[in-house]
Design a protein around this ligand. Structure first.
Ligand code: BES
Ligand code: MN
Ligand code: ZN
Length: 510
């Protein structure tokens, strides 16, 4: 699918595309008297919409579409209308969703090329042309994602690929800004789709070494410097947690570093850390068989952080950024961790492994400690860390933990712009106290049943030093299988959650 900007003096225009897309929104929400506004749209189009409203075939709900075949209007044979919903509630997310809905209409109706009236798309965004265009483009590309490369062509569900979407702008719209928005939307959605594909790839095809290789490959041609440590180096660097968890598998662990310099060397970087557990069987504390296949997604924190860095580099943001992804399997081989084993973290702290399935925190503790040594301006980690966060927030909210008020505000603002839901979760001294060990400094699980996400976060906190502002995102509930929450996310499969939020945080980072 390709999206291009097309400048015309006036819409209607002579076009190869036979189909035109127009946007509308509601101006009154009285269900008995729905009124719709259609800025920058020809009178005949408004008439068609009004008659559909009158006949109650259309009520301009968000993402509601109407296809008029053979309407023969404005020089086009066919016409598609999409509603952005209530005119008072329109934001970038409305455009993302409307365009995702359009993608489905185009595929279903086998429409290969369309012109989209960009004036009507942007009517509510005169001062946010770049952001709005980016969101619309993201909607198209994110909805277009499909992970079907392992399905033979003959049996693959027949999809009718969309070839070209023209963003048609008249003199009213600043095409240079639309072009910028298009480029941004392309980069962000490509990076999100890349992270989704990593998540959807199963454990046998994406062991830690491959995750490293994929990262190196994806960073080619960008300003990113990638390095991948192997087992010997991990051991030498005293990463006892990552080394210990990795020992259970014959696929050795890796430690992936990505560095981006977009600002002066004196400027402190923002640092991302992601859990890259390429398959979590639970180790000797084996998980139940039911849905264990989903544990191929246990590297989504890592994948989403890798994608965030790719996006930062491709957008050319004027900041410095680093990412660390500890990658490992959690298996039950002859050298695997045993319950009761004591590991020594890179920081020197000792940890009793009371449950080998609480492995994420063990690989993250070393990555966080290493991250702190670099003295970044802030550390943000993402991990599919606990089943408890799924109980608390399901796939509706990503839970995040931080004691830094400034960082909390920044995160909430960024998530709002990105159209992603985040919820600030508690982390206090009580939670940390529950993680004190009996025969070592710490233990990797709490002795109590409750607040499993907070105690996990409090465990991680023990490895933050130098007073660096830190936030931890538990994405266990939102990293995959979002069902029908977002029409631009696959209902089953990796979502790429928090990439947009993280990129937004990076954009506004000072
Ligand atoms: N990767 C899992 C967390 C997880 C579980 C993510 C279900 C998504 C869905 C993590 O490594 C884990 O096993 N956590 C344990 C911790 C427990 C043993 C304290 C959990 O949440 O059950
Ligand atoms: Mn586990
Ligand atoms: Zn895990």
């Amino acid at each position: 699918m390709d999206i291009q900007v097309k400048k015309v003096t006036q819409i209607p225009t002579k076009s190869k595309a036979q189909t035109l897309i127009e946007f509308c929104f509601r101006t009154s929400s009285d269900p008995k008297n729905i009124k719709v506004s259609t800025p920058h749209v020809a009178k005949e189009v408004s008439n068609l919409i009004n008659s559909a409203l009158k006949e109650e075939h259309f009520c301009a709900d968000p993402n509601e579409t109407l296809l008029f075949r053979n309407a023969n209007i404005e020089g086009y044979k066919h016409l598609i209308i999409v509603s952005l919903g209530d005119g008072n509630k329109i934001g970038e997310e409305s455009l993302r969703r409307a365009c995702a809905a359009l993608e489905k209409v185009l595929v279903k109706n086998k429409i290969k090329e369309v012109d989209l009236n960009c004036d009507s798309l942007l009517s509510k965004f005169p001062k946010k042309v770049i952001e709005a265009t980016s969101a619309a483009v993201e909607g198209f590309y994110l909805a277009d994602y499909e992970f079907d490369k392992f399905i033979n062509v003959e049996t693959r569900q027949k999809k009718h690929p969309i070839k070209l979407i023209n963003l048609v702008c008249s003199a009213k719209t600043k095409t240079a800004l639309v072009q910028k928005g298009l480029e941004s939307g392309k980069i962000i959605s490509e990076c999100i789709n890349f992270a989704r594909a990593l998540g959807d790839t199963p454990g046998n095809l994406l062991p830690p070494e491959e995750l490293g290789n994929e990262t190196i490959k994806a960073a080619k041609g960008t300003k990113l410097k990638v390095s991948v440590w192997d087992v010997a180096k991990i051991k030498k660097e005293k990463m006892g947690g990552l080394y210990g968890v990795g020992k259970g598998s014959d696929q050795g662990p890796r430690f992936i570093t990505m560095e981006y310099k977009g600002a002066a060397a004196s400027k402190k970087p923002i640092c991302f850390v992601g859990k890259g557990l390429t398959f979590d069987a639970g180790g000797i504390s084996l998980k139940p068989a039911m849905a264990m296949d989903e544990m191929k997604y246990d590297m989504c924190g890592g994948a989403n952080v890798i994608a965030t860095m790719l996006a930062i580099a491709k957008l050319g943001l004027k900041i410095n950024a680093i990412a660390y992804v500890p990658a490992s399997e959690n298996m039950l081989g002859p050298s695997a961790n045993k319950p009761g084993d004591i590991l020594t973290a890179r920081s020197g702290k000792t940890v009793e492994v009371l449950n080998t399935d609480a492995e994420g925190r063990l690989i993250l503790m070393d990555a966080l400690d290493y991250a702190c040594e670099q003295k970044p301006a802030a550390i943000i980690d993402a991990a599919t860390l606990t089943g408890a966060i799924v109980v608390a927030l399901h796939n509706v909210y990503t839970g995040f933990f931080t004691k830094d008020k400034g960082l909390k505000d920044k995160i909430e603002k960024a998530a709002l712009v990105a159209g992603e839901r985040v919820w600030h979760m508690p982390i206090h001294d009580e939670h940390a106290r529950d993680m004190k060990g009996r025969h070592a400094d710490l233990q990797n699980i709490s002795n109590h049943r409750g607040a499993g996400s907070s105690t996990a976060a409090a465990f991680l906190e023990q490895f933050i030093k130098n007073d660096i502002p830190w936030a931890h995102f538990d994405i266990a509930g939102t990293a995959w299988d979002l069902g029908d929450r977002y029409n631009y996310c696959p209902s089953k499969g990796a979502s790429g959650v928090m990439i947009r939020t993280f990129v937004e945080i990076a954009k506004t980072f000072k």
